[in-house]
Design a protein around this ligand. Structure first.
Ligand SMILES: [Zn+2]
Length: 276
C-alpha cells in the first residue's frame, strides 16, 4: 500500500452519461476521499440545441450545442465533486446509422488504437486503481458508448495499471419496476434505433451482477448533476421523477467486474473492496 490516495476513473461517451450511470459512485467515492477522474470522450454535439432544437433540424448548430454542453458538464462535475475532468474532444457520432457516424473527427470514425493511446496516457498520469466504463454493447448500442468501451479495454490492456475494471449494468429485476413507474409518470421508453430495429437485451440477470454499491446517501447530488444537463432534459426521463422519488428509486448502482487483481470475493458492495 502506498500513501497515494485511491483513484477512480470513469470513462464516458457524452456529457450527461457520467450522471445517469455513475453519478452515485462519483459522489460517494469523492466524499470518501478517493480521487475521481471523469473522462468524457465526445463533445455531445449531436444533442438537443438551445430551445430543444433536435439534431438535423433547422437551427441546430452543433458548435453552440458543444459549448452549452461543456458548461453543463462542468456544472455536473461540481455537483459530484469530481476531482479531475478530462475531455478527449471527439465529435459526437450520433445514433447508429446517422451520417454523423462517418464524419471526420467523429469518435466512431476514429481508429480504436489512436484514441486508446490518448486514454492510456491519462491512465499513466492518474494511475487509477479502479476503472469504470460500459459493456461491449455500450449498454444500449450507441456507437460512442461502444467505442468508449473499446478504447478503455485497449488502454487498460496497454497500461496494465488498474487493479479492477467494471462495466456499468442494470439488474433485469429492476426493469419491470422501472417501466411501471415510467408509465405512471407518462414516459414511454424510446423506440429501438438502428438499422436492425432490434433492441439488444439490456442489463444482466441479477446473479451475474458482481457489484452492488449503495449510493442512496448521494441521491441529491446525483439528481443535481443530472439537472445540470438541463438542455438534454427531454432525454433524461429520470428528471421527471422529481428529486425525492428519484432518490428513493435510484439509490444503488450496479456493475459487473471484468478485471480484478485483488481477489476480493463477489458479490461485493464496494468498487474498492480488496484495495483498502
Ligand atoms: Zn451517451
Amino acid at each position: 500500500m502506498t500513501d497515494r490516495s485511491l483513484t477512480l476513473m470513469a470513462v464516458h461517451a457524452h456529457p450527461d452519461d457520467e450522471a445517469t450511470s455513475t453519478g452515485g459512485i462519483l459522489a460517494r467515492y469523492a466524499a470518501e476521499g478517493i480521487t475521481t477522474v471523469l473522462v468524457t470522450c465526445t463533445d455531445g454535439g449531436c444533442g438537443d440545441g438551445p430551445g430543444g432544437v433536435k439534431p438535423g433540424d433547422p437551427g441546430h448548430d452543433p458548435q453552440a450545442v458543444v459549448a452549452m454542453r461543456r458548461a453543463e458538464l462542468t456544472a455536473s462535475c461540481e455537483a459530484l465533486k469530481v476531482t479531475h475532468l478530462e475531455t478527449l474532444g471527439y465529435a459526437d457520432s450520433g445514433m447508429m446509422g446517422w451520417a454523423a457516424n462517418d464524419a471526420p473527427g467523429a469518435f466512431w470514425n476514429t481508429p480504436v488504437g489512436e484514441a486508446a493511446d490518448r486514454l492510456a496516457e491519462l491512465i499513466r498520469r492518474y494511475r487509477p486503481d479502479v476503472v469504470v466504463t460500459y459493456d461491449e454493447n455500450g449498454f444500449y448500442g450507441h456507437p460512442d458508448h461502444i467505442q468508449a468501451h473499446r478504447i478503455t479495454m485497449a488502454a487498460v490492456e496497454r497500461t496494465d495499471i488498474p487493479a479492477k475494471v467494471y462495466w456499468t449494468t442494470v439488474p433485469r429485476s429492476a426493469f419491470q419496476d422501472f417501466g411501471r413507474i415510467m408509465k405512471e409518470i407518462g414516459v414511454e421508453f424510446p423506440e429501438p434505433d438502428g438499422p436492425s430495429g432490434e433492441m439488444p437485451a439490456l442489463g444482466l440477470p441479477d446473479d451475474e451482477i458482481t457489484t452492488w454499491v449503495d449510493t442512496s446517501a448521494y441521491g441529491g447530488q446525483k439528481f443535481e448533476s443530472l439537472a445540470a444537463h438541463a438542455s438534454q432534459a427531454e432525454n433524461i426521463f429520470f428528471l421527471q421523477l422529481g428529486q425525492e422519488r428519484f432518490t428513493d428509486l435510484m439509490g444503488r448502482e450496479t456493475f459487473v467486474r471484468v478485471r480484478d487483481t485483488t481477489g476480493a470475493p463477489t458479490p461485493e458492495d464496494d468498487l474498492f473492496a480488496g484495495l483498502r
